[in-house]
Design a protein around this ligand. Structure first.
Ligand code: ATP
Ligand code: MG
Length: 427
């Protein structure tokens, strides 16, 4: 094969693309109901934005970014996540005024240089939302209910919500010390990444995927014991909100967002059927991020989900919504083919999905093609009927045949298809 997709990337062919459209439509629908406005930011940003916004010490920034120098010598990076660009845009366009709550959603490709595996790609799509200006904890609970309902709506009602608090700049330093103390004796057994994290950001050790690191950090003190009063109250408020909204959850003290500007609520939804890459949706509160990126101090909270992972988890059948089948125009001769061509365009202008033969095939081959395309009707043009100004109409679902006057074709099908959605984006 001369050229194939680069490692870690994939093509989405039409059948699969329908599932993608279905998922995106569900997400857009949910966002519209909850008052999120769409934001579309560039696919690349200044490299420094991600270094600051995601964190110098994270896996993403240290080893997963597609960074390049442009011909104009700008240092740029394909976005490895959505939040940094959204925050940059919100600051740039002055969306973050005091007393205003801004709710934004995004959907689009994301790039990370990672070792490809099931559910892990180098280009993947993320959908996500951000809420600026609301300190919570009511909005935290509402956002989690929103995420939970979205997942349930696409058939992932068994995904488990795990929440935690990562504290704030007041109480987190105490926890860092406690973690370092607890791990000091076994530091030599940590993986090289965690050895580095021990100094720079020990919370991230809790998130390490290396088995030995997980064992070593299994019994360390939990952050919940050292949270300051405001952080404790916040977490209690989130839990109470979730109960009031009927959202099931478990508290897992190992869920972390290990950067200084992440605060308090951190969460993940875990799917049971994905193996190692089982987090389908993750997020948290980042009350320090807007200020860190040069904007006015503004609280924020959001989440992101990997679209490929969601689709893997919902399984094959999902999204196979009933679409109306086409009207297939079969032509018996050259004259009929000319008529078919005009008629196809006229029918489409009237909103009727229409297909026709492009290869002058036999009627039998055209009928096979119509079946393959899932046609609801085949209109056979040509022969004596066409001379009489008529066409034979075969109803492929009822398997019946009748005759239709040629000048009645467009109004007839316009009526049949009226009100039927031919795309998946109208729910
Ligand atoms: P992981 O558990 O894969 O390490 P992460 O902590 O790096 O995830 P986030 O940065 O929180 O993930 O991204 C949010 C979501 O995006 C993840 O929950 C996952 O669904 C998806 N995601 C992240 N990285 C990838 C990837 N390389 N390929 C596909 N989906 C991904
Ligand atoms: Mg990752």
């Amino acid at each position: 094969m001369p050229f194939t997709t680069p490692r870690g990337t994939h093509d989405i062919l039409p059948d699969e693309a329908r599932r993608w459209q279905w998922l995106e439509a569900r997400f857009r629908h949910a966002c519209a109901l909850a008052g999120f406005g769409e934001i579309r930011t560039p696919m690349f940003e200044e490299t420094d934005l991600f270094a600051r916004g995601v964190g110098e010490d994270t896996d993403i920034v240290t080893k997963q970014m597609y960074s390049f120098t442009s011909p104009g010598n700008d240092r740029l990076t394909l976005r490895p996540e959505g939040t940094a660009g959204v925050v940059r845009a919100a600051i740039q366009h002055s969306l973050l005024t005091p007393g205003n709550v801004e709710k934004l959603f995004y959907y689009g490709p994301t790039f990370r240089y990672e070792r490809p595996a099931k559910g892990r790609f180098r280009q993947f799509a993320q959908l996500g939302v951000e809420v600026f200006g609301a300190p919570g904890p009511d909005i935290d609970a509402e956002l989690l209910a929103f995420a939970s309902d979205f997942l349930a709506g696409i058939g992932l009602c068994t995904a488990v919500l795990e929440i935690n608090s990562v504290g704030c700049p007041e109480c987190r330093p105490l926890y860092r010390d406690a973690l370092r103390n607890a791990l000091a004796g076994v530091r030599g057994e940590l993986c090289p990444d965690c050895d580095r994290r021990y100094d720079s950001n020990p919370l991230r050790i809790l998130d390490c995927k290396v088995e030995r690191c997980r064992e070593l950090s299994a019994d360390v003190p939990v952050i919940l014991d050292v949270l300051c009063e405001p952080c404790k109250t916040h977490l209690a408020g989130v839990e109470a909100g979730l109960r009031a909204l009927g959202v099931a959850f478990v508290v897992n003290p190992h869920i972390v967002r290990g950067l200084d500007y992440y605060t308090r609520t951190a969460f993940e939804f875990i799917a049971g059927n994905l193996g190692a890459q089982n987090t389908v949706l993750a997020g948290g509160r980042y009350d320090g991020l807007v200020a860190e990126l040069g904007g006015p101090a503004t609280p924020g909270i959001g989440f992101a989900a990997g679209v490929e992972r969601l689709l893997l988890s919902v399984g094959e059948g999902a999204g196979e919504t009933e679409r109306p089948g086409v009207v297939y125009l079969a032509a018996l001769d050259a004259n009929a083919r000319d008529t078919a061509l005009v008629l196809a365009t006229t029918l489409r202008r009237a909103g009727v999905p229409t297909a026709l033969d492009y290869l002058s095939r036999s009627l039998k081959a055209q009928m096979r093609d119509a079946n393959r395309q899932g046609a609801w009707y085949v209109l056979i043009l040509g022969g004596d009927e066409m001379t009489r100004g008529e066409a034979a109409l075969r109803d492929m679902r009822g398997a019946s045949q009748s005759t239709l006057a040629l000048d009645a074709v467009v109004p007839y099908f316009r009526d049949v298809y009226a009100g039927l959605s031919t795309t998946v984006d109208k729910e």
